[in-house]
Design a protein. Structure first.
Length: 171
């Protein structure tokens, strides 16, 4: 059973854009893939488990996983599934959460592998130094407002209120 067959057997492969293309690419050799984790608390949740297990399965099959921690976006807070705005965390709090999350990932991902070490990157490293004008001009122009308004995380909050901070989270 190959990796994709295993994921499908375990119910972890759903709505893949191009399963055949992915299978062909995996047959050519190792890939690099990522999974995202928001440090909005000091612990991973059961909701993170599926992503973490998929990264683990890919690493064990010889691929290189990247754990993308949303230190920048975690300071904003994902509006999805919330009826009111999250409390905003400081950089120090998010950094502490990130360190704890990495420690929780270490039993699953091998960050010291000689052949395909897992990598943890933090989007604060590039978002933290980005200015407002650069963000609006270079990034914001690629996000049409109708697209943003159509997101369930935004639609569900339009009547009760959503701040610009949360509205712009997807950017």
């Amino acid at each position: 059973m190959n990796l994709l067959e295993e994921l499908e057997f375990r119910g972890q492969l759903y709505q893949c854009t191009d399963t055949d293309g992915l299978a062909e690419r995996l047959a050519k050799g190792p890939i690099t893939l990522y999974g995202g984790f928001d440090p909005t608390a000091d612990s991973l949740t059961v909701g993170n488990l599926a992503t973490l297990l998929i990264l683990t399965r890919f690493q064990r099959a010889g691929h290189r996983p990247i754990a993308l921690v949303g230190g920048g976006t975690g300071m904003i807070g994902d509006p999805g599934g919330k009826s009111q705005e999250r409390a905003l965390n400081t950089t120090e709090v998010v950094d502490a959460f990130t360190a704890k999350i990495r420690a929780q990932m270490e039993p699953f991902l091998d960050f010291d592998s000689k052949t395909n070490p897992a990598l943890m990157v933090n989007n604060y490293d590039w978002l933290g130094s980005m200015g407002a004008i650069e963000l609006m001009r270079d990034v914001g122009k690629h996000f049409p407002v109708p697209y943003m308004l159509a997101k369930e995380s935004v639609k569900s909050r339009l009547e009760t209120g959503i701040s610009y901070t949360e509205f712009s989270y997807m950017i």
